[in-house]
Design a protein around this ligand. Structure first.
Ligand code: ADP
Length: 209
């Protein structure tokens, strides 16, 4: 993001236009107690840098973006493929017991379940595993295929969409994690990554410095 250093006078002008715009150059000059001519270079800089908009017969209005839209612009600059991380994947016949072990070993909260060719079949979350664990069944006997959320109910995302699209899916479906998939044949989705709430928080931390 390009940083613009503003003079004290330019900052004052911005404040005036933000609170009182649209406002004429004469009016700004009189509020600052300077001549219109003295103001001209400042107004030119602010207009050219896109912070102010000058409209004939209307005056100056504030055109700078607020922090919210700057953050949205930042998020939109990245595709899912650029920020995805490595997914933890298990096979359908993996037992619930081994799935729990994998959760610890791989230090993740969600496992994606694939068939022998690596195509997505389902997803298992922490709570799916906890629910089974408190059910009193033999965890060494139950395959994850029995307890997973299965296709076609798995919410996925493709690598070429922007990060905001992925974030909206995570919120809309109230889930922690999305598999990033590539459709190799109709209905056959290869898992090539994941986008999680952690991915989004990491991006927020990065943009916040
Ligand atoms: P947790 O269960 O640990 O709170 P989630 O909120 O991600 O984790 O999962 C809630 C439910 O949604 C679980 O039953 C899980 O199987 C399911 N789920 C998780 N991720 C997805 C996904 N990408 N698509 C569809 N369902 C999912």
């Amino acid at each position: 993001m390009e940083k613009i250093d503003l003079s004290q006078r330019q900052k004052k002008i911005l404040e005036i236009v933000k609170t009182s715009g649209p406002i004429s150059g004469e009016e700004i000059a009189s509020r600052l107690n300077v001549s219109r001519a003295a103001l001209r270079p400042c107004l030119a800089v602010l207009t050219m840098s896109g912070l102010l908009e000058a409209r004939p017969r209307v005056g100056y209005t504030y055109a700078g973006k607020d922090a919210k839209s700057l953050y949205a612009d930042y998020m939109r600059r990245f595709t899912v493929g650029e920020v995805k991380s490595v997914p933890a994947v298990v096979r359908e016949e993996t037992t619930v017991y081994d799935a729990i072990v994998t959760l610890f070993v791989e230090d993740v909260g969600t496992l994606f379940v694939v068939d022998e060719e690596g195509y997505l079949q389902g997803v298992v979350s922490r709570k799916d595993l906890l629910k089974t664990a408190i059910g009193g069944r033999d965890l060494l006997q139950i395959p994850v295929a029995v307890i997973m959320t299965r296709m076609p109910h798995v919410v996925t995302v493709e690598p070429d969409v922007d990060v905001v699209t992925a974030a909206k899916k995570i919120i809309d479906y109230q889930i922690d994690s999305l598999p990033v998939v590539r459709e190799e044949e109709p209905g056959k989705l290869k898992v090539i990554g994941k986008i999680t709430k952690t991915t989004l928080v990491r991006m927020l931390a990065e943009v916040s410095g």
